[in-house]
Design a protein around this ligand. Structure first.
Ligand code: BTN
Length: 330
C-alpha cells in the first residue's frame, strides 16, 4: 500500500500540475498538512527532478504545466482491452513491475496484454545495458506481458513488429520523415523518438513469455537532454498543436496489443513489405558492427523471421539479434 507521505507528494504534484502559483498556506490547507510539511514535500518533488519555482510572497509553481495521466480516463477509453492496466507515478522500471506482478500471480502467469504504465522511471533500461531517460510526466513508459506458449523461438521478429507499429502510429498522427532502424528503433527525421526492449523468460521450445517495454518520447524537457548520447527527438517537436498524453497512451496500448495479436496469428509475414517502406537503411550502404568486427554491405530490409538482410558482394547475408549494430556508411 502507498504510504501517506507518497500520497501527499502525489496530491501536491496534481495541484501544481496546472503550472500556476499556489501559496504554501493554500497548499497546506488543501492537503490537510502544516506549512512545514509542505516544504518537506516540495523537497521530495525536487528529488523527482521536477522543476519547482519558489517565489517569496507568491508560493510555488512548476516551471511547466504537467498533463498527468489519469487512470480512469485511460481505462474508460480502452474498454475493449481485456487485460489489467496499471498506472504508476514513480517506479524503478515498468519491466520490474511486470516481473513483480508475475512473481505475485497465482500460477505465475498474467493475462496477455497486461500493461504497466509509469509517469517516471528511476532506473529505466534501454537495450545493451543502456539507461533510458525517464523524467516525470513528460513521455510514455510502458511494459506489456505477452505469453509464448510455443516457446521463446516463436518470439523471433516480435520486437521488429512492435517497432514497426510505433512508426505507423507516428505516421498516422501526421508526422513526416518517420523511419525504423533494425531491430526496433523508431526515428523521426534521423533522430530517435522511441525504443523497444524485449526480455524473454522461459524455454526455447517450452513455455515462456515476453516482457515488451516501450519508451516513447512525447515531450522531453530540455534540461534532461545534455547526456543523451545520440540524436534524439520527441513527438511534440513534430506537431503543430499541443499533444494529448492520454490519447497517445491509449493509442499506444491499443496499437501494441493489436500488433502482438497480429504477430501471434501471422508472424511477420504481412509486415515485411511495410518494413521496407519505412526502413531507414533500405538500399543504403551500411556498416554492420559485430563486436570489434565491421562488415560492409547494402541494407535489404528483413526476412519473415525479423533477421536483418544485407547484400554483401553477390550474396545476401542474414543477421540475427544480439550485439549487432547497423550504421550508415558514408
Ligand atoms: C532502447 O534502448 O531503445 C529500448 C528502450 C526501452 C525503454 C522502455 S521504457 C518502459 C520499459 N521499462 C524500461 O526500463 N525500459 C523499457
Amino acid at each position: 500500500m502507498k504510504n501517506k507521505s507518497n500520497r501527499i507528494d502525489e496530491r501536491l504534484i496534481e495541484t501544481l500540475a496546472d503550472g500556476q502559483f499556489h501559496s504554501g498556506q493554500a497548499l497546506a490547507d488543501a492537503l490537510g498538512v502544516s506549512r512545514t510539511a509542505i516544504n518537506k514535500h516540495i523537497d521530495n518533488l525536487d528529488a523527482l527532478q521536477l522543476d519547482v519555482f519558489r517565489v517569496h510572497g507568491k508560493g510555488y509553481r512548476l516551471a511547466q504545466p504537467l498533463q498527468l495521466l489519469k487512470f480512469d480516463l485511460i481505462r474508460e477509453q480502452l474498454r475493449e482491452h481485456q487485460a489489467p492496466i496499471y498506472l504508476k507515478r514513480v517506479t524503478s522500471s515498468t519491466h520490474d513491475d511486470l516481473k513483480q506482478l508475475l512473481v505475485d500471480a497465482p500460477g505465475k502467469t498474467l493475462t496477455p496484454g497486461t500493461c504497466v504504465l509509469a509517469e517516471m522511471q528511476t532506473r529505466g533500461r534501454g537495450r545493451r545495458g543502456r539507461t533510458w531517460l525517464s523524467p516525470f510526466g513528460s513521455n510514455l513508459y510502458a511494459s506489456f506481458y505477452w505469453p509464448l506458449p510455443e516457446g521463446l523461438n516463436s518470439a523471433l521478429g516480435l520486437s521488429v513488429a512492435v517497432g514497426l507499429r510505433l512508426a505507423q502510429i507516428l505516421e498516422q498522427a501526421g508526422i513526416q520523415g518517420v523511419s525504423v532502424k533494425w531491430p526496433n528503433d523508431v526515428y523521426i527525421q534521423g533522430a530517435k523518438v522511441a525504443g523497444v526492449l524485449v526480455e524473454l523468460e522461459g524455454e526455447p521450445t517450452g513455455e515462456g513469455h515476453a516482457l515488451i517495454g516501450i519508451g516513447l518520447n512525447l515531450s522531453m524537457p530540455e534540461r534532461f537532454t545534455q547526456n543523451i548520447e545520440q540524436p534524439y527527438t520527441d513527438v511534440q517537436k513534430h506537431l503543430d498543436a499541443p499533444l494529448n498524453r492520454h490519447q497517445w497512451a491509449v493509442t499506444l496500448i491499443r496499437g501494441v496489443t493489436d500488433v502482438l495479436e497480429q504477430f501471434r496469428r501471422h508472424g511477420l509475414a504481412d509486415l515485411v513489405t511495410e518494413w521496407r517502406r519505412l526502413d531507414h537503411f533500405y538500399n543504403q550502404p551500411v556498416n554492420i558492427l559485430l563486436g570489434q568486427h565491421v562488415q560492409q554491405g547494402v541494407g535489404q530490409g528483413i526476412d519473415n523471421y525479423g533477421a536483418l538482410l544485407v547484400r554483401q558482394g553477390s550474396g545476401l547475408k542474414r543477421y540475427f539479434g544480439g550485439e549487432i549494430s547497423i550504421r550508415a556508411r558514408q
